[in-house]
Design a protein around this ligand. Structure first.
Ligand SMILES: NC(=O)c1ccc[n+]([C@@H]2O[C@H](COP(=O)([O-])OP(=O)(O)OC[C@H]3O[C@@H](n4cnc5c(N)ncnc54)[C@H](O)[C@@H]3O)[C@@H](O)[C@H]2O)c1
Length: 476
């Protein structure tokens, strides 16, 4: 294999790994001489459906207190039975400000700051149960692995990993330590997506054939070219010299849950294609005209603006995923599911449901169906919310959501969690695999089975009707 190819594979985490199935799919010769990356392997222990010993109080450390992490502090502090004991950030003022945001509550966390490795001390504390990771992407896997190695459950922001090797590391560590690794990402914890999941499970759409999801969110103006919005402008830098779907989880989560991926069906292979970059480099050059700081960003290859990835499942369904953080268009996760009897689409608003090919149902019919199919998990959360003072901030990052509440609720009730390490690994694997496919003329690439074949017998995840209990954790 030539050096440039090896260094490219190394960058996307597929170095020393072959792209299996290329021969099988009639693909190129370049991959033939590489060893396979780990497509699957026998499970050491099945973390799907695993219930860790119940915790009356969940003692928490939070690492990363920026845009999102400052909100994580307030969200978790709104849940009964949570005790925030440690806060960590590179920047001391952020620790202080997060501590301040908890004044007047029962929380009195210790602060950690000052070096890139202070977080290790948080993971090593012997009085914590859960570590929440809210840092730039490159830190997620090392922090999550270290937390689990030290006996803590993990609540990590997306993406949980950047490479296939790291995704396996998460799975191996979770199975070995029997600690949960929950990746925070778009999922059927959102109310409308929970309705879709309920309808799918009750057969409203018939046999599921196809799903679509996306992360289409213009980030150039207010986020990526807004100096200092992200610490060290890490998010802009993630878009240099890579092309693929860098943020698949928000779009994929609900579709994966409707299709029972990891517990009834599994991804088989994918193909991925990116447009060229028509915007990001121009944006950098324009920014550099008024601010020298942006000179360093003008000569890179930026990711193609729109990436489209198509996945085929073992049961023959298809999923289309898109990722675009630059084009001038409104936010969309799409979240479309279509089957033999009907279809539903979340974005663009309004929500649409169809039972035939003539037109979407009327607004009244749609509203009636949404009410009929709203599952117990959402109703219970809304009830808890209405009985509390939580959730009154003007920024969504600060308002406790169903996902936060239900994870803590499962830990406190000793229940299996709703999204486990296999979901984190599978949803994340789209990143390096799409990058590889894009770089290789959109060739097909096999998706690893992180469950080691257990997907065939695993029971369904996402207990949206709370059939197995819980749902009794209050909000404050
Ligand atoms: N789930 C969602 O909907 C959602 C929404 C927004 C952001 N996010 C995710 O949250 C994460 C953080 O995003 P953000 O917008 O808050 O970024 P940010 O740059 O505002 O915050 C990251 C924080 O991590 C700190 N940090 C960096 N390296 C560290 C280290 N070694 N030790 C301790 N602290 C360190 C930084 O100082 C910074 O305060 C990202 O992974 C992002 O993808 C998720």
């Amino acid at each position: 294999m030539n050096n440039s190819r090896r260094s490219f594979l190394k960058k996307i985490g597929l170095a020393g790994l072959s792209i299996p199935g290329l021969g099988f799919f009639g693909g190129g010769d370049a991959a033939q001489d590489e060893e396979p990356y780990q497509l699957t392997r026998p499970q050491r222990f099945n973390m799907h459906g695993y219930a860790a010993p119940k915790l009356d109080t969940v003692k928490v450390g939070i690492i990363g207190l920026g845009n999102r992490g400052s909100g994580t502090v307030l969200r978790l502090a709104s849940i009964e039975g949570v005790e925030i004991r440690a806060l960590c950030d590179l920047i001391p003022e952020r620790v202080e400000s997060a501590r301040k945001s908890l004044e007047g509550t029962s929380h009195d966390p210790d602060g950690y700051s000052g070096s890139e490795t202070e977080w290790e001390k948080v993971c090593r504390r012997d009085d914590l149960d859960l570590i929440s990771v809210v840092t730039p992407w490159k830190w997620h896997t090392p922090m999550a692995v270290c937390a689990m190695e030290n006996g803590k459950h993990v609540y990590t922001e997306l993406p949980a990993a950047q490479t296939i090797e790291d995704a396996w590391k998460l799975v191996d560590t979770s199975e070995r330590t029997r600690r949960h690794c929950f990746q925070i990402s778009g999922s059927c914890h959102r109310s409308m997506q929970a309705v879709m999941l309920n309808m799918a499970r009750k057969g409203f759409f018939g046999d599921l054939v196809h799903g679509e999801g996306a992360y289409i969110h213009h980030l150039l103006e207010n986020y990526m070219f807004n100096k200092g919005k992200y610490q060290g402008d890490w998010r802009l830098k993630e878009n240099l010299n890579r092309s693929g779907n860098l943020y698949p989880q928000h779009g994929l989560g609900p579709i994966a849950q409707m299709m029972d991926l990891n517990y009834g069906d599994q991804m088989d292979y994918l193909v991925s294609m990116s447009s060229n970059d028509f915007m990001m480099q121009d944006w950098a050059r324009e920014a550099a005209q008024t601010d020298d700081y942006y000179e360093q960003f003008t000569d890179w290859n930026y990711r193609g603006n729109m990436n489209t990835t198509i996945i085929k499942t073992k049961k023959g369904r298809t999923i289309m995923l898109q990722h675009d953080v630059s084009s001038m268009r409104p936010y969309s996760n799409i979240h479309l599911i279509s089957g033999t009897k009907g279809a539903m689409r979340r974005h663009p608003s309004p929500v649409r449901i169809a039972t035939g090919h003539d037109d979407w149902l009327s607004r009244e019919e749609t509203e009636a169906l949404v009410e009929e199919y709203t599952p117990e998990m959402i109703k219970r959360f809304n009830r808890m919310l209405s009985q509390s003072e939580a959730g009154n901030y003007d920024h969504s990052y600060y308002n406790v959501d169903v996902r936060d509440w239900r994870y803590i609720d499962c830990l406190r009730n000793g229940l299996p969690i709703e999204m486990d390490v296999y979901d984190a690994a599978l949803w994340t694997s789209i990143i390096p695999l799409s990058e590889w496919s894009v770089a290789n003329g959109s060739k097909p690439v096999k998706v690893p089975d992180f469950t080691g074949g257990a997907w065939k017998s695993n029971k369904r995840g996402m207990d949206i009707e709370l059939e197995n209990g819980g749902g009794n954790t209050r909000l404050i």
